[in-house]
Ligand binder design. Structure first.
Ligand SMILES: Nc1ncnc2c1ncn2[C@@H]1O[C@H](COP(=O)(O)OP(=O)(O)OP(=O)(O)O)[C@@H](O)[C@H]1O
Ligand SMILES: [Mg+2]
Length: 275
C-alpha cells in the first residue's frame, strides 16, 4: 500500500481535538462507504488515530467491505448490553470501526436522559482516543442522517455525474439547509472521467444552491472512475491506491478551509436527535 503524505503544515493544526467528518449522499451507491474507508486509511497512514462509524442505523455496510463481522455493534451498546469498548473493532492499531447493526431506530424512542448518557460515553471514548471520527451514512434524508451530517465539522456530500445523483444531492442539501440550518458543506464528485467533468457537476449544484437556498457548497474535488475497484470490493480488500491518490488531494483541500466550531459535535447531535 502506497503512503500518500499529507502536507505537514496542515496536519499540525488539528493536534488538540477530535475532528468529525461525515460522508453523505442523496442517491445510493455513489461511493460513500468505499470513500469513508479509504479516507480513514489516508489519515491513519499519516499518523492519525481514526475511528470509522457506520452511521447507517438500519443497514450497515462498512464491515461487509472490510470482510470483518463484529460480534457486537451499536445496537448492543444502545440496548445497554455491552460497554463501548466491546463494539470497537480494530482494522489496525489505532484505526478502528464501529458497526451500526439494525434496529437502532426503534431504540431512538428511549428517554432523553438515557440517550444523553450513551452519547456522552461515546464522546468520552472518541475524544480520548482519536484525531478523526468519520461517519459513513445511508443515502437520503432520514432525520438521523441529517442530524449527524449537520453536526459534523466537515460534512461531505458525494455525487456522481449522473443527473439522478445530482438531483438527489441537491435534494439532500436543500433539506439540510432548510431544516438544519446547514450552510457550508463540501461536494465531492465520484466516478468522473476527468477533473473537468467533476468541476462542471459542482458548478451546476452551486448555481441552484445559490438561487434557491442559503447553502454554500465548497468544491472538495473529484475521484475518477476505476473499473477495477469492484474486484477489490468483491475480495473484501477495499483499500485502493488510485482512490487514495484522488482522496489525498480532496483531504488536503478540506483541511485548508477547515473551521473550528465551539459547540461539541455530540452536543449538537443530541439536540438535533431530540428535535
Ligand atoms: N471511483 C470509483 N470507481 C469505480 N467504482 C466505484 C468508485 N466508487 C465507488 N465505486 C463502486 O460503486 C459501488 C458502490 O460503492 P459504495 O458501496 O461505496 O457506495 P455507497 O454510496 O456507500 O452505497 P450505499 O448508498 O448503498 O451505502 C461499489 O461497487 C464500488 O465499487
Ligand atoms: Mg454505503
Amino acid at each position: 500500500m502506497e503512503k500518500q503524505a499529507l502536507p505537514l503544515k496542515i496536519l499540525e493544526g488539528k493536534e488538540r481535538s477530535t475532528g468529525y467528518i461525515s460522508v453523505a449522499s442523496g442517491k445510493g451507491g455513489v461511493g460513500k462507504t468505499i470513500i469513508t474507508i479509504n479516507m480513514g486509511r489516508i489519515l491513519y497512514s499519516n499518523g492519525k488515530k481514526v475511528l470509522l462509524i457506520d452511521g447507517d442505523l438500519g443497514l450497515s455496510n462498512i464491515h461487509l467491505m472490510l470482510g470483518i463481522t463484529p460480534p457486537k455493534n451499536l445496537y448492543h451498546f444502545f440496548s445497554g448490553d455491552v460497554p463501548i469498548e466491546d463494539i470497537v473493532v480494530p482494522i489496525e492499531d489505532g484505526f478502528d470501526f464501529i458497526s451500526s447493526g439494525s434496529g437502532i431506530r426503534e431504540l431512538v424512542n428511549m428517554s432523553f436522559g438515557k440517550l444523553k448518557t450513551l452519547l456522552l460515553r461515546l464522546q468520552e471514548f472518541a475524544e480520548g482516543r482519536y484525531d478523526w471520527v468519520i461517519f459513513d451514512t445511508p443515502p437520503g434524508i432520514h432525520s438521523d442522517t441529517l442530524a449527524i451530517v449537520s453536526s459534523s465539522q466537515i460534512p461531505i456530500v458525494i455525487t456522481t455525474p449522473e443527473p439522478t445523483a445530482i438531483a438527489d444531492a441537491y435534494g439532500l442539501v436543500k433539506v439540510m439547509n432548510s431544516s438544519e440550518g446547514l450552510k457550508e458543506f463540501f461536494l465531492a464528485v465520484n466516478k468522473v472521467s476527468n477533473e473537468y467533468e467533476g468541476k462542471k457537476v459542482y458548478e451546476s449544484i452551486k448555481v441552484v444552491c445559490e438561487r434557491y437556498t442559503t447553502a454554500e457548497p465548497k468544491y472538495a474535488g473529484s475521484i475518477k472512475y476505476y473499473p477495477n475497484l469492484i474486484k477489490r470490493i468483491i475480495s473484501q480488500n477495499p483499500f485502493d491506491n488510485n482512490l487514495i491518490k484522488d482522496l489525498t488531494q480532496i483531504l488536503t483541500r478540506l483541511y485548508l478551509v477547515q473551521r473550528t466550531s465551539k459547540e461539541s459535535f455530540w452536543e449538537k447531535l443530541l439536540s438535533k436527535l431530540r428535535k
